[in-house]
Design a binder for this molecule. Structure first.
Ligand code: FMN
Length: 365
């Protein structure tokens, strides 16, 4: 865990990174939280959901957005920690949602209804999108990556869920043109997005959040079926990806890719690592495991055995930012181990109260 690793030429001081996590906090609070996570000893912080668009909230192209990301990068760099921007394109089909506005205004829809309707609108939006619009979106990953580099980010992660994942999946993508129909054509959107970053920044390490889905039982709606990895992984590698961040795809229930301890199918430590085993069959690039990782000895064993090259944690580093320092200093018994209750982290985000942890009170004592 505590040996350096090179990702596309960028050297990480150890093999622990903070997984992309939208914190839903005020900007100063977010910078403070990410700074504390960096100080806790991880090698890199991945900043979740950085939009590629120019007109989004906290866009890299707005003065306030750019400044915010600059401050995050400066704050984490102070602790010898690197910063990676997760470039994200939402797949919300806003025009498809217009018909629901009256029900929203009169509060006839719950948050759950809204999420269900947004999901129902993804397939029509993806399937009907004009090819010209698609090319504009994929091309926009390039200038966004340039802005991210100028703000101070050391690495780019292309978010392979959301719009990339929706194009990848035949659940959402029913197109019959060059962007749909076969796994190769469904990979085209993601490939173009990665190539746009590579063209703009020839030397930038590019991580790809590879969202995997499975049938029997069915988990994950966006993303790539296990049986399709043999097509997607080599294509993404050829396009310029330098490492893979492997996890379960989204758009079913958020508690599947962020599984609680009592999840019926993903209750175990390192619950998505079997997907890494599959990805390994098709690439020699570094593979990052994520999902239900909390135990230092378990993670050490997975890295030592070569099953994964590095490990990402979201909820565990929210629960205890000092996890890496404590593990390195042999003080594992003092770690606040994440119990994957999702009470104040995932639910804090969904309730618009910011991401917190049941251990927060313990920390301030
Ligand atoms: C509150 C919260 C916000 C998240 N936000 C993002 C995000 O912005 N982008 C993303 O790709 N994944 C996001 N995730 C998923 C995490 O990166 C990670 O894959 C998932 O939580 C499983 O890892 P863990 O068991 O270490 O928490 C989020 C997770 C949580 C708990």
């Amino acid at each position: 865990m505590f040996t350096p690793i090179s990702l596309g030429g960028l050297v990480l001081k150890n093999r622990i990174v903070f997984a992309p996590t939208s914190l839903g906090m005020r900007q100063e609070e977010e910078i403070k939280k990410l700074s504390a996570i960096a100080q806790g000893g991880c090698a890199m912080v991945i900043v979740g959901d950085v939009p590629v668009g120019k007109h989004e909230y906290l866009s890299l192209f707005s003065h306030s957005g750019f400044q915010h990301y600059q401050q995050i990068c400066q704050a984490v760099h102070r602790h010898e920690c690197l910063a990676c921007a997760q470039l994200h394109q939402s797949n919300s089909n806003l025009s498809g949602m217009l018909k629901h506005i009256p029900d929203m205004i009169f509060k006839k829809l719950t948050q759950d209804d809204l999420r269900r309707l947004m999901n129902e609108e993804i397939a029509p939006g993806i399937t009907a999108m004009p090819a010209k619009k698609i090319r504009e979106i994929t091309a926009s990953f390039g200038p966004a990556a340039r802005q991210a580099q100028e703000a101070g980010f050391d690495m780019i992660q292309v978010h392979g869920d959301r719009m990339c994942g929706s194009f990848s999946s035949e659940v959402f993508n029913h197109r019959t043109d060059e962007y749909g129909g076969s796994p190769k054509k469904r990979a085209e959107f993601a490939v173009e997005a990665v190539m746009a970053v590579r063209r703009e920044l020839p030397h930038m390490p590019i991580d790809y959040k590879l969202a995997v889905r499975q049938e029997n039982p069915h988990y994950g709606n966006a993303g790539v079926l296990l049986e399709e990895l043999s097509v997607f992984v080599p294509m993404l590698e050829k396009a310029g990806v330098t490492s893979f961040h492997v996890t379960l795809a989204d758009h079913s229930s958020l508690s599947d890719p962020i599984p609680p301890k009592n999840h019926p199918y993903f209750p175990m430590e390192g619950c998505f690592l079997p997907y890494c085993d599959e990805v390994r069959r098709y690439t020699k690039l570094p593979v990052c495991g994520v999902g239900g990782l909390t135990d230092p000895e378990f993670i050490e064993n997975q890295i030592e055995s070569g099953r994964i090259d590095f490990a990402a944690m979201s909820r565990q580093l929210i629960a205890d930012a000092e996890w890496p320092n404590k593990a390195r200093q042999g003080q594992c018994q003092t770690i606040h181990r994440c119990i994957r209750c999702n009470q104040l982290c995932l639910n804090g985000m969904l309730d618009h109260k910011g991401v917190h942890c049941i251990f927060d009170r313990t920390d301030s004592n």
